[in-house]
Design a protein around this ligand. Sequence first.
Ligand code: COA
Ligand code: MG
Length: 293
Amino acid sequence: MAAENTSFARRSLLFMPGDSLRKIEKAANWEVDTLIMDLEDGVAQNRKLEARATVAEALDKFQYGRRERLVRLNHISTGMVADEIAATVGGRPDGYIMPKAEIAQDLHTVDVMLSVAERDQGLPPQSLRLFVMIETARGVMNLREIAGATPRLEGLIFGAEDLAGDVGSIRTKAAWEVFYARSAVVTAAAAFRLQSFDMIYADFNDPAGLEEESRFARQLGFTGKTCIHPNQTPIVNRAFSPSPEEVERARRLVAAFDEQQAAGAGAFTFDGKMVDMPMLVAARKVLARAGTA
Ligand code: COA
Ligand code: MG
């Protein structure tokens, strides 16, 4: 199992329809950590081939600086995945996203396809990253086998809309109908030292609602959040970056902890509250995150 991937802190991941060259080109302007060029549900059924060609062209042509570039594939059962990888890998994407992951076998299949692509392109083995979407009831039930399926896997992305459709629940702003699955995703990711990304917020004209949902996602332990509109990414980036006050408090806590340990105290009072080992671990995570954000 890979060590927790803190080398690239993905806070915001922005979806864009693979058949929209304009949106993909514009993404070079946005304040975003990861671009997701979509071949799946953001593309109409009769535009799938066009989207594949557009994504290949965009990967070749456009410069995105430090932004990560991912391609979301169609579901393995469509039979399109091998061709989608073959058509786009020459543009050197950083990795691929598998939608509606449900069984480990499907990850193994894509893993092999990526190994073949790496060999054909002369890329280092295991250099293409893999992410999966957990967005069906079966995916949630099989989280353990999915999260442990392959060391190539870097993160789990939670999809609430598909899940609600699959389960028959009704989406609400409070999102309690998907809470069990959302929480299961973040926990499975942590158990396997993967990153985890929260669901999209569809109402892109509600910055306050997005901010609240992002803050809650970070409280749950998600490392980032998916977005659908460029006006969402600055809000998400801010929510997933520790504030200066948080960093300052974490620094003081770590220093106080070291002092107290040296003096032989495991638990002690800090800012009027009890502090012990778990709080130290949390404070170190804040500092690590601040270092990479
Ligand atoms: N990625 C990159 N650029 C985007 C973008 C995105 N996801 N969404 C909007 N833009 C660009 C638009 O092109 C527009 O620039 P332009 O006027 O110069 O062309 C600008 O940002 C403002 O967009 P706006 O007019 O407010 O939105 P829209 O009506 O063009 O598009 C959506 C609205 C929802 C259709 C669009 O945001 C979108 O396609 N989102 C992603 C959908 C998707 O991929 N879904 C599948 C995964 S959930
Ligand atoms: Mg989906």
